[in-house]
Design a protein around this ligand. Structure first.
Ligand code: SF4
Length: 312
């Protein structure tokens, strides 16, 4: 088996986000979650209504606090909370809730502008959808990428358009692919989100998503396990008629396979999520994040495999 993995001294067998941050900025970096008050074309009727079936009304940003305050106040307050845990050298303001490029350029200019001359800000991250990236917005983000590194987090979940229909993504894989190629030479750092454990998908489908993605131009990935949350369309289905959900060991095995298929240089930003316990219907095993990550490490060591060793 070939081992081209260049990050062994990182103590992990995959290219962790922490390793990337340390190599890039030379010190500790923390993301500071912000809510700029956007909505999503998948909720306001422009693409669809109701949103993705797993998404709560908080737009995938459920762990945010101080959401009602102005942006600088949110930033300072959330930064203070992070500093209590560990003092950081740099910060990445992270516009997380809903689609943060779905709005007028002026708003995007204003919300990002306040961070451009702050020394402690390493970069600016925006979560969004592939259908919310107009040429003028990409142009502006490319421009400010010269001042602060711009990180775009773009949801895909699955490359299978049938799954996309069933979960009400309201965009195709082709639209997603085109967006990545439009961003390719801008210098903007793209992180793709995929989701394992969707009830209509087999393990082959989840592997296929990685196979479809791996030659596309993106720099990082977040792999999530499905969280069935209260007050979501999927949660309502589950409460009426609970469906089988992927088990912990099955998830760990699958993630190891997916890591092996990805390019070794892809930054792995996440392999588990952080649901709020009170919002979670299932599966309860996702609440124990540290042990899942430890078991992924153990599995990779036991099999003596690395991220990218099956990448061609
Ligand atoms: S695209 Fe994102 S914010 Fe919009 S409904 Fe889906 S998960 Fe929620």
């Amino acid at each position: 088996m070939k081992n081209l993995f260049p990050y062994s001294f990182n103590e992990k067998r995959y290219h962790t986000y922490n390793y990337y941050l340390k190599q890039t900025y030379g010190g500790k970096v923390a993301k500071v979650i912000l809510d700029a008050g956007f909505t999503c074309p998948n909720r306001d009727g422009s693409r669809s209504t109701g949103g993705c079936i797993f998404c709560s009304g908080a737009g995938s940003g459920d762990s945010n606090i101080y959401r009602k305050e102005d942006l600088l106040r949110q930033y300072e307050e959330n930064k203070k909370v992070m500093d209590r845990k560990w003092p950081n050298r740099y910060y990445i303001p992270y516009f997380q809730s809903f689609s943060n490029t779905y709005g007028p350029l002026e708003k995007i200019r204003e919300m990002t502008g306040i961070f451009l001359d702050r020394e402690e800000v390493a970069g600016i991250a925006l979560a969004t959808r592939c259908d919310c990236l107009s040429p003028e917005i990409i142009g502006y983000l490319t421009e400010i990428n010269q001042i602060k590194q711009i990180y775009l987090e773009i949801g895909l979940q699955s490359s299978n358009d049938m799954t996309g229909k069933k979960i009400n993504r309201a965009h195709s894989f082709e639209e997603f692919r085109e967006a990545l190629y439009t961003l390719k030479d801008t210098g903007i750092h793209v992180c793709v989100h995929v989701m394992n454990g969707l009830p209509m998908e087999s393990e082959e489908d989840m592997i296929q998503t990685i196979l479809d993605l791996r030659h596309l131009p993106f720099q990082a990935i977040k792999i999530h396990m499905l969280h069935v949350l209260k007050n979501t369309a999927l949660g309502d289905i589950y409460e009426k008629d609970p469906f089988p959900i992927m088990g912990r060991e099955e998830y760990i095995d699958l993630v190891v396979k997916q890591l092996r298929l990805l390019p070794p240089e892809t930054v792995i930003e996440r392999l588990t999520g952080d649901p709020l316990k009170d919002d979670l219907l299932a599966p309860s095993w996702v609440l124990n994040k540290t042990t899942i990550l430890n078991d992924i490490d153990k599995k990779m060591r036991a099999l003596d495999v690395y991220q990218g060793d099956l990448y061609e």
